[in-house]
Structure formats: C-alpha cells, structure tokens
Design a protein around this ligand. Structure first.
Ligand SMILES: *Cc1c(COP(=O)(O)O)cnc(C)c1O
Length: 412
C-alpha cells in the first residue's frame, strides 16, 4: 500500500539481521526451492543442512554395514542417549530422565496413565484429571480415553483461545481429588506461554502431579524441568527440533518417580534383559522402562544432527531472537490499517508469549491457500487464524517482513 512504510520495515529488518548473533544459522538449512518465507517452523521445522547426507551415511555405513550388529553396537541405547541430548539442549533436565520413542500421542497416553494410576493407587479418591478446553486435540482425546478406561473424571478449564490457562484458573479447580494436571506449556493456537513453574508448584501443594505437553516450547522456550519440580512431560521433535515429519517424540519422567510409576504398554524393549525372552514382564530400571517396542532409529538420525545445532546456538539466545522476531511481526501487523479487520490473538507481553503469534481475519483460510502457492508458508487454524511460527534458527528478520508484505497484499 504505502511504499514508504514498506521500505522502513525492510531497512529495520536489515539492521536487525546485521546485529543478530544467530544470523549465520539461517544458512545452515537445506535449500527449499521456491520458498519465499517460512512461517511454520512451529509445525514442521526445516531440515538442517547435512540431513540428506547424514541419512545416506546412516544407510550405507551403519544399517548397511553393521546390519543386525548395529543394535548391540549402538542403537539399543539411542532412546536414552537421544533423550539426554534433548534434555541438555532444550529441557533443562539432568541425564537419565528422558527417552525418545513413539509419537507424542502414544507417549502422552503412557505418561498420563502412569501418573493417574500411581495417584489412584496412593489415594483412591484422587480420580480427577484437570485439563483445558483449548488444549491440542490429541491431548483432549487421550485424556478422554484414559478417563473412560480408569473410571476417572475430566475437569475442564475453559481457556481463552486468544490467551491461555492462568494460574488463577488452575487454582480454582485443583484440590484433594485431583490426580493429574495436564496442560500445554505453549498453547498451540495463541502461543500463550503458561507459568509452568508456578502451576507445577500449585498442583504439588494440593498433592496433584503435573504432565506438561512441551510440543510448542521444546527448542523455542528455555526450560528447567528439574528445578521446576515437573513430574512428567512429553513433546514432539518435528517442530522447533527439526527432526523431520513424524520423527519420534520424547518423554521426561523425574527420577523420583522411577521404579514407582509404571507405564501401561509393557513391551519387550522396556523389560529388564529383553533378550532373555523370559516369562513375565519386569520393567527395566530407570527411564528405559518408558520404552515399549523397537525404537525408531532411522527417525532419530536427523534429530541428532539438529540437536547439535541447537546446543551450539544455545536455547537462551534462541529465545531472545524468538521474541525479537515475533515483536517485529507484531509491530508490522499493528501498523496495518484497522479497516483491514486483522486482530492479533496472542499475548502482548513477552512473559506469556511463546514462539508464534496468531492473527485473525474472516478470510484467512483462502488467503493461506494463496500464500502457499506463492511460497509464503504460514498455517491456518480454524476458524479464522493465521499462525506465524518464526523458528529462530532458520528465520531472518527480512524474511518476516517479506512474508508479511505478501500477506498484506492479499488483504483488501
Ligand atoms: C503438534 C502437537 C502434538 C502432536 O502429537 P503427535 O502425536 O505428534 O501427532 C501434540 N500436542 C501438541 C500440543 C502439539 O502441538
């Protein structure tokens, strides 16, 4: 619309790029032909440069050469080893409490059942699972299933889809009947960052355990799971952790619960001495007992590469850039005429902002489709949200401006 304004934003972005200590990382991703601006790193991270070569090397030199010996030589320990890499780079958790295995959904089920069963065994009156209406669908569905299976009750917090679950809302429902509180650290729709340490502490004061879904915060927001006293957490690795489509998820279980809480999918790979093929299930020691079947080794190859990159960049620097990126996007959208009818449906204050912001307008489903054809890739969330997920390692400030100028060009 106004060239003057557009030029200002590009100049501002160029300054921000020049001063960005993580700028060099934007070149460390595989080429994506036709890409103009990628605003969906919160849904599917881009492949780190070298991923294709690393996969080829794995096939030729490990799978192809070691063959079945690979299990004994290395792969058997990958769930715990890769879990420790995730814990160190992204979770603020000491080794030995995290595994990589299964999908987020399956791990959610395993962890929620483990926590709920442990609580009911201690105190049969603790039959409630607290969760919120705007949590990611899979979390709600898994909780419905666990409640039905165990005769438990779901207690719903009505979350505002433009913000998220507040500590006051949790305080209203948590009590002596609460077994588990299940919440997302960063809301998938609004990007609201929950106060995980305070909510965890509050739940504990009432004797409840907390299961955090970290899908939208892992690799984006710094965490200190051990220090916060978190009981359990799960998250996916294909969003900000760039593990690739369907890469396996991670689960964290604080060491104080090991050997006490037991997950329900008793498979041979989580058994003590699996190759004895012995009668009866006896859980392996420590975090290994969270594993059920044969670990998805090939799916961990890109993730292990990308975790090296996150560790090099440092999660604090990632967070600082993340806030600067969403702040720039926020200011650009705010500068648009109110007549365009675009609202921002995300938290304004940085203390409650995760890695993405969502803007709303009635026709964003159509706009999103047209943007994808042009290589500008946000995503659409029903009913009217356009999510701008700005992955700090792969996104430049200039890309934010260019992409938003294209969004603006579709609004009349
Ligand atoms: C992406 C996401 C999931 C995905 O679960 P999958 O089993 O990997 O499909 C779950 N929870 C949240 C909050 C998510 O953002």
């Amino acid at each position: 619309m106004t060239d003057g304004l557009a030029t200002d934003w590009l100049a501002r972005a160029a300054e921000l790029d020049a001063a960005d200590p993580l700028a060099a990382f934007t070149d460390r991703f595989e080429e994506s032909p036709g890409l103009v601006a990628y605003f969906d790193g919160n849904s599917l991270g881009r492949p780190v440069r070298g991923t294709a070569a690393e996969l080829a090397r794995f096939v030729e030199q490990e799978w192809g050469t070691r063959l079945i010996r690979g299990w004994d030589q290395a792969w058997m320990r990958w769930p715990e080893e890769t879990g420790d890499l995730v814990a160190a780079a992204a979770l603020g958790a000491a080794p030995g409490q995290t595994v990589v295995a299964d999908s987020t959904t399956v791990l959610l089920y395993k962890m929620l059942r483990a926590l709920a069963d442990g609580q009911v065994a201690d105190d049969p009156a603790r039959t409630q699972i607290v969760l919120d209406t705007d949590n990611f669908p899979t979390d709600r569905y898994v909780a419905e299933g666990v409640a039905a299976e165990r005769g438990m009750e779901l207690v719903w917090i009505e979350a505002d889809p433009a913000s998220g679950v507040s500590i006051e809302q949790v305080a209203q429902v948590v009590g002596e009947r609460t077994a588990v509180v299940l919440l997302s650290h960063v809301a998938y729709r609004s990007g609201y960052l929950a106060d995980a340490p305070a909510i965890t502490q509050l739940a504990h004061q009432h004797g409840a355990l907390v299961l955090w879904d970290l899908c939208h915060s892992a690799g984006s927001v710094p965490m200190a799971l051990d220090e916060w006293g978190v009981d359990a957490a799960v998250g996916c690795t294909y969003k900000y952790l760039n593990g690739g489509p369907g890469s396996p998820a991670f689960a964290y279980l604080a060491s104080r619960h090991h050997g006490i809480l037991q997950q329900p999918i008793q498979g041979w790979m989580g058994r003590r001495d699996p190759f004895l093929m012995a009668a009866g299930y006896r859980p392996a020691e420590g975090i290994r007992s969270l594993v059920s079947g044969t670990p998805p080794i090939v799916g961990m190859v890109p993730l292990r590469l990308s975790l090296e990159q996150l560790a090099q960049a440092g999660i604090e620097a990632v967070r600082a850039k993340s806030l600067a990126l969403t702040e720039l996007a926020w200011q650009i959208v705010e500068s648009w005429s109110p007549d365009l009818g675009v609202d921002i449906a995300s938290p304004r204050d940085h203390a409650h902002r995760g890695g993405h912001i969502t803007i709303r307008r009635h026709d964003f489903a159509d706009v999103n489709a047209r943007l994808w054809e042009q290589g500008v890739i946000p995503d659409f969330r029903s009913p009217d949200g356009l999510r701008l997920g700005l992955a700090p390692l792969s996104t430049s400030f200039s890309e934010v401006v260019t992409g938003l100028q294209r969004v603006r060009s579709h609004l009349t």
